[in-house]
Design a protein around this ligand. Structure first.
Ligand code: HEM
Length: 225
């Protein structure tokens, strides 16, 4: 993915702001903040749900904060070790957060529609990061890039959800549950479609073939991503 293809400032801005949002749950440590006040108190205080929720929001925040920095081609070429280090943090964060998300999706507000919306998202989030990681282990840089684009498009659903929800509630005056049902799908399906379109366009961009070939063979000889 090339730097000039992305609107970097809003992309980074939203990733940072929403990536830091989970901190508010730590700072305002009450049973009534945010999502908690809409949930039965027994669930909020349930050890397994509570632990999964904090794993999800903590590592989801880390994924959102670290992921966007990996898309600059120039930085990747220049600081490959930093790219690998941050990449490993990102992979671990997405894996932990997605497994926890699948668990808390079962108890999502709005029942079966939101449970399946967030559940499918959690499964795809895990699947795409696994594909991205295994492709780089095999030294396939282009596949790795493509799976990472898909994966971060899904990570970015945390941002798009928080844009769609107020838009539907404040502008369209929809009630919370109706908006939540729709947004549990709308927060990620268009992101994936946009990612596919961007990758389709990128196929026509001349790649630094010689660089990629040499990186590819060096990775095959030294698979230490
Ligand atoms: C991309 C895959 C993701 C999935 C499948 C997912 C799933 C969920 C689910 C099921 C809930 C609980 C909803 C409910 O009980 O009604 C939730 C809440 C939450 N998630 Fe995620 N999430 C994802 C990404 C992220 C990311 C990247 C962040 C990082 C900021 C994040 C932060 C939160 C927060 C803070 C909440 C609490 C609700 C709120 O205060 O807005 N999630 N998520």
């Amino acid at each position: 993915m090339r730097v000039k293809n992305l609107p970097w400032i809003p992309f980074a801005f939203f990733a940072i702001v929403i990536g830091l949002y989970p901190l508010t749950y730590y700072l305002l440590n009450t049973d009534h903040f945010g999502l908690f006040h809409q949930k039965p108190i027994q669930l909020v205080r349930n050890f397994y749900w509570h632990t999964a929720f904090y794993i999800h929001i903590t590592f989801g925040g880390i994924a959102l904060l670290t992921g966007w920095t990996q898309f600059s081609q120039r930085l990747r070429y220049k600081y490959i070790n930093a790219h690998r280090f941050v990449g490993k943090i990102y992979v671990i964060a997405v894996m932990l957060s997605s497994v926890a998300a699948l668990f808390i999706a079962v108890f999502a507000i709005g029942g079966i529609i939101t449970t399946t919306g967030f559940g499918v998202l959690a499964i795809l989030w895990f699947f795409t990061i696994s594909k991205a990681y295994t492709s780089i282990l095999k030294g396939n840089i282009i596949q790795h890039e493509n799976w990472m684009v898909r994966n971060y498009a899904l990570t970015f659903s945390a941002v798009t959800l928080r844009i769609w929800m107020p838009a539907f509630q404040l502008i369209a005056h929809w009630d919370f549950i109706t908006a939540y049902h729709i947004v549990s799908w709308l927060c990620w399906v268009p992101n994936l479609i946009i990612a596919e379109i961007m990758m389709g366009r990128n196929k026509n961009v001349p790649l630094k073939i010689s660089f990629l070939k040499s990186r590819q063979s060096s990775l095959k000889n030294n698979c230490d991503f």
